[in-house]
Design a protein around this ligand. Structure first.
Ligand code: 5GP
Ligand code: ZN
Length: 115
C-alpha cells in the first residue's frame, strides 16, 4: 500500500470505485477514462511498480493477472465473439500514468493500430 498511489487508494476504499472482481491477489475496475466501449483494468493488490523476471512470485502474479483477464473477457460476449486487446504500459515512453502494475483489457469496437 502506497498512500499516494491511486490504485492502492482504490483498493483500500479511500477512492470509491465499483469492484467488478476481486480475489486475494487482484481486483478489476472499469477505467475512469475509457478509450474503448469496454475498458477494464486488472490490478494486483500488491503495489508492484515494474515487471521483473527475477522472482518466481512475480511470474506467478503475472500468470494470475492473465488468468483474471481471461475470466473477465469470458464475461463479455462481445469480447469473446469479436476479439479484444491486452495492454501493459511500462515507463515514460509508453505513456504510463499510474506506476502500479496493471493490465488494460480493451474491446467492444474495432481497435486502431497499436502505438
Ligand atoms: P496507464 O496509463 O498507467 O497504463 O493507465 C492508467 C489508467 O488508469 C488510465 O487509463 C486512467 O484513465 C485510469 N485511471 C486513472 N485514475 C483513475 C481512477 O481514479 N479510477 C479509475 N477507475 N481509473 C483511473
Ligand atoms: Zn499502488
Amino acid at each position: 500500500m502506497t498512500q499516494d498511489c491511486i490504485f492502492c487508494r482504490i483498493k483500500s476504499g479511500d477512492i470509491p470505485s465499483e469492484m467488478l472482481f476481486m480475489d486475494d491477489l487482484s481486483f478489476v475496475i472499469r477505467d475512469i477514462n475509457p478509450v474503448a466501449p469496454i475498458h477494464l483494468l486488472i490490478i494486483p493488490i500488491e503495489h508492484v511498480t515494474d515487471i521483473s523476471t527475477s522472482s518466481q512470485d512475480q511470474f506467478d502474479l503475472l500468470s494470475h493477472l492473465m488468468m483474471v483477464a481471461k475470466r473477465m473477457v469470458d464475461r463479455h460476449k462481445d469480447l469473446t465473439d469479436n476479439g479484444w486487446r491486452l495492454v501493459i504500459n511500462q515507463g515514460r515512453f509508453s505513456g504510463q500514468e499510474i506506476p502500479h502494475l496493471h493490465l488494460h483489457i480493451l474491446g467492444g469496437q474495432k481497435l486502431g493500430p497499436i502505438a
